[in-house]
Ligand binder design. Structure first.
Ligand code: 3SL
Length: 231
């Protein structure tokens, strides 16, 4: 039977074989939630890049450039990393280049996979339906925070594993643990996430409304995937 695995941080990715697998990259707060929101709301394409320099270079060729470091907008760029910016009129029909502390870095580390998909609670059902009948094994890659484990990406991994468990077997204990966490957390997701380090970090930056937005389940029917360099 095909299987599903969870890589809890990009720093553990060297332990996983990506060839011929489908990787679902997740950064709930907030990179992949932004990408899903933008593409569901009229952004033409999104090019995720790992560094500020790459993002600047694309800005110079006409892309709108979104750049975040440590939760804040990086100086000299057009946008930060709030999903609400990705739904603004000014990005409709536009091409966006984006770099973030963890999310775009995780994408750049996944390029050996057969397919790279973008997952968020916002498109959970769409991603589930897309993957259900796939023959390839799946790895859910949690973007984490600077190489460390984080709660919210693991909760999404658990939700996806839970949705797919009748079609895919769990490859190790990480999907099992992530699923158990999700089943507990879903009773009151906001409360469960309140103590998480990134929720606290974002609350300090006054972006609490991004958190409640990003934990909504399945409000968009889009499955962004990497085609060349763009989503
Ligand atoms: O690290 C990332 O990719 C970001 O999503 C972090 S933040 O939510 O913008 O702080």
């Amino acid at each position: 039977m095909k299987n599903i695995d969870v890589c809890l941080t990009p720093d553990l990715l060297h332990q996983y074989e990506l060839e011929n697998k489908i990787v679902v990259v997740v950064d709930i707060l907030r990179a992949t939630s932004c990408m899903v929101s933008g593409l569901a709301n009229g952004v033409k394409e999104i090019v995720p890049v790992a560094t500020l320099e790459e993002c600047k270079a694309l800005q110079e060729t006409g892309y709108l450039a979104a750049a975040e470091r440590n939760g804040s907008k990086a100086e000299g760029f057009d946008m930060g990393n709030s999903p609400f910016e990705y739904m603004d009129e000014k990005v409709q029909g536009k091409k966006v280049a984006v770099t973030t502390t963890n999310g775009t870095l995780a994408i750049s580390k996944s390029l050996k996979a057969k397919e790279v998909l973008i997952g968020a609670f916002l498109n959970l059902e769409a991603v589930t339906n897309y993957l259900k009948n796939k023959e390839e094994d799946i790895i859910v890659l949690c973007a984490g925070w600077k190489g460390k484990f984080n709660l919210e990406d693991t909760l999404f991994a658990g939700a996806l594993c839970h949705q797919l468990k009748s079609d895919f077997q769990f490859a190790c204990d990480a999907p099992l643990a992530a699923e158990a966490m999700y089943l507990t957390a879903r009773k009151d997701m906001i409360k469960y996430m309140e103590d998480s380090s990134h929720a606290k970090r974002l609350a300090k930056l006054n972006v609490k409304k991004d958190i409640s937005y990003c934990i909504q389940e399945s409000i968009y029917d889009v499955v962004p995937y990497l085609s060349g360099k763009a989503l």
